[in-house]
Ligand binder design. Structure first.
Ligand SMILES: Nc1ncnc2c1ncn2[C@@H]1O[C@H](COP(=O)(O)OP(=O)(O)OP(=O)(O)O)[C@@H](O)[C@H]1O
Ligand code: NI
Length: 307
């Protein structure tokens, strides 16, 4: 996408997300998580290209009301999808808030736009939304530049919760929050899935993912390399992809050993498995790209699990 160079930021991403379910998308910085989220919302830069389909609402009584997010035009996305069918907690909340208006006025406007309540009730609905996202009531009359990163994050979460959208897409919703607030925020997001709503949470924070996810998708260099049940992934038998094992083992409460090496540049990916250069299980087989088979894309998945 940059200049003349074309980068495949996300390849072969296949997954589904049921109503009431939380899928956590994890992976190191730059692996393509936000690009995937932006593609679903039609928020990629103008020169980006997408292929394939992303059906929203496909599981509910056939494909009648389903929208293909990758094929939908900007009018549909702006008028019927963003905020209404997909709530977004953006990765850079400060950039998403309107700088010249207070948090209260932005919340009230979104309440009126998405729920149709009258002005008088909008005030209490806005305060309720702030409360759900742990945004302090005495900061509601502040402008975005008067907020810390963590407060801007909570304001953005409050905005995203307002429409009660059937899908909530939260891109790093806990950045800048201390542990208590992380727990409180993800619990609130999880509560959102209670009424048959779905949550796609993008995060670096594996502890937050473990707390609320039903399933985990691990991304590496633009590809989903493992899709697993959260209980099996975090508990027993554990991750099956060597990269996913490495991510877990890097946690302070586990082995605290980082994965050696760095992720590759997306513009210069190796032919086969992109993780092979960092992988202790690497063999000649890894020169061929492994397909995602039964939830794992690795020629040595079984060995990894035994290791
Ligand atoms: N606007 C852009 N122009 C060109 N390349 C981009 C653009 N946005 C993203 N990319 C490329 O896509 C890759 C994936 O970026 P993305 O923001 O999805 O990563 P991420 O997994 O969300 O990382 P982080 O955890 O840091 O948010 C980047 O490495 C970058 O090369
Ligand atoms: Ni990102």
């Amino acid at each position: 996408m940059r200049g003349d160079t074309r980068i495949r930021a996300v390849s072969d991403a296949h997954f589904d997300l049921a109503a009431g379910e939380c899928l956590a998308l994890v992976g190191e910085s730059g692996c393509g998580k936000s690009v995937l989220a932006s593609a679903l919302l039609g928020l990629l830069p103008g020169n980006a290209e997408t292929a394939g389909s992303a059906l929203l609402g496909a599981g509910q009584g056939g494909s009648d009301g389903a929208i293909d997010l990758l094929a939908a035009g900007e009018r549909t996305l702006a008028g019927a999808v963003r905020g209404r069918r997909i709530g977004l907690v953006p990765q850079s909340p400060a950039a998403h808030l309107t700088p010249v208006r207070t948090v209260r006025s932005q919340l009230e406007e979104t309440v009126r736009e998405l729920t149709g309540v009258r002005k008088a009730q909008a005030r209490s609905a806005a305060e309720g939304a702030a409360e759900r996202a742990a945004f302090p009531a005495d900061h509601l009359d502040r402008y975005p530049h008067e907020l810390s990163g963590g407060l801007a994050q909570r304001a953005a979460t409050a905005l995203a919760l307002i429409g009660d959208a059937p899908l909530l897409l939260a891109d790093e919703p806990t950045t800048g929050l201390d542990r208590d607030l992380v727990d409180r925020t993800v619990d609130e997001l999880k509560r959102h899935t209670g009424d048959s709503r779905a949550l796609l949470m993008i995060t670096h924070d594996l502890a937050a993912a473990e707390r609320i996810a039903d399933r985990i998708a691990v991304m590496y260099a633009g590809r989903i390399v493992e899709l697993a049940d959260a209980a099996a992934f975090f508990g027993s038998p554990g991750p099956r992809h060597p990269y996913a094992r490495g991510l877990l083992n890097a946690l302070p409460e586990r082995e605290f050993t980082p994965i050696p090496g760095m992720p590759p540049e997306l513009g210069a990916l190796p032919e086969g498995c992109a993780f092979a250069p960092r992988c202790t299980l690497r063999t000649e087989a890894c020169e061929a790209l492994p397909a995602l088979d039964e939830g794992v894309a690795c020629h040595h998945a079984l060995e990894a699990q035994r290791a």
